[in-house]
Design a protein around this ligand. Structure first.
Ligand SMILES: Cc1cc2nc3c(=O)[nH]c(=O)nc-3n(C[C@H](O)[C@H](O)[C@H](O)COP(=O)(O)O)c2cc1C
Length: 172
């Protein structure tokens, strides 16, 4: 597990290669296995592979989301905010679990923040995405996870560089 965590890096350049159906299924299954508060499981996931939709979604924000247009897959992570007061935590946990699962399958991924971010028109990025994907009103959008075979090499983290000073024992 520590080796997987050290080598997981955000990947924003992807090969022009589809993700096999069995790998996509494993990633989505891993999301459904995520823990959630009181096991309410308020999340929903939309696996987007349609090129035109990915291109439209890549413009959900003015910056930091454009690379989605070059990915073969974007998983939109939604949650029913009325179902649970910690839907942000639940959705985030599912998102990182999918990123780690993708890494374990030889895929790269990157989180695109959506909640509290805006489209260049001033519209909330969430509303822009919900309009494009026909998402019912009650759902909130936490993020999109871009996934694909990596087309960039990133150095794994080394243990010497970790911020050990962030760790406290018993008291701050
Ligand atoms: C909550 C969260 C939001 C992020 N939002 C974005 C984003 O909108 N666009 C992006 O390119 N990367 C985004 N990232 C990726 C971070 O920039 C990246 O994880 C960080 O720079 C550390 O690099 P690493 O993932 O390679 O370790 C986000 C990561 C997290 C955890």
């Amino acid at each position: 597990m520590l080796e997987l965590l050290k080598s997981r890096r955000s990947i924003r350049k992807f090969q022009d290669k589809e993700i096999e159906k069995d790998k996509l299924d494993v990633i989505l299954k891993s999301a459904l296995l995520s823990p959630s508060s009181r096991s309410i499981r308020p999340w929903e996931f939309i696996a987007v592979t349609d090129k035109k939709l990915l291109e439209q979604l890549s413009r959900c924000r003015e910056h930091s989301s454009q690379f989605l247009a070059g990915a073969p897959l974007g998983i939109v992570v939604l949650a029913d905010s009325g179902a649970c007061d910690v839907w942000i935590e639940d959705a985030s946990i599912a998102a990182i679990i999918m990123q780690l699962t993708a890494k374990s399958l030889g895929l790269g991924s990157c989180w695109i923040q959506v909640r509290e971010r805006f489209h260049s028109s001033g519209e909330r990025a969430e509303d822009y995405i919900k309009r494009i994907l026909n998402v019912p009103e009650k759902y909130r959008v936490e993020c999109i996870i871009a996934v694909g075979y990596p087309a960039e090499d990133k150095k794994p983290y080394d243990e010497e560089g970790l911020l050990y000073q962030k760790i406290h024992y018993n008291q701050f």
